[in-house]
Design a protein around this ligand. Sequence first.
Ligand SMILES: [Mg+2]
Length: 225
Amino acid sequence: MKNIIPAETSKQIKSLNLNTNIPLIISDADEVLFLFLKGFEKFLKSKNLYLDLEKARLTGSIKKISDNTPVPDDSMSKLLPEFFLKETKKLEPVIDAENCLKILSKKAQIIILTNIPFKDKKSRVHALKKYNMNYPVITNSGLKGPVVSEICKGMKAPVFFIDDLGQNLESVKKEYKKAICIHFLQDIRLQKLMMTPNNIKHRLTNWLEVKKLINKEILFYENKK
Ligand SMILES: [Mg+2]
């Protein structure tokens, strides 16, 4: 499979103004800054549906509350876009994300890289502002490795990549080897369900741990300079 960056994502990357000598944090939004799972479950409930968390996937795991039968696979292609359209603005934040990013922003540049329909970017930006996380947002579709590699062209300072999905972490590790990748799993149920890829060293469950790790790495970088 060819790794192509969507044209819309490329355009957004070009508008970034990064300093290659200052550490960079690239953070996912859903399930890292916002309580995606909690919001999605609430949305499903309003449709008399629920997410069966037996398996680590969405397709085939959405079932009817009335008789536990799964909804057809193709209904996901309607449910997720509807969810992002209606609920993105309303999602609750992950505990400590706001404060930790604020502290980290004194020493690092921060970008939010989020896989959400391009037309819903405004809602995401709106929600981030509401919780004082007003950092540049890049919207994307597909694996994040090529995008991170493009963003980080010429970066000399360390780059941190935070995501809850193993595929994205593996993709970033492949396309931009120097990235310090953090598998972030704050939901206890997802912690039991999600494996961390073998080549990803850090698996963390809260933002205080993330802040501690990044601060330590930045200090190491500064002492080396
Ligand atoms: Mg996510």
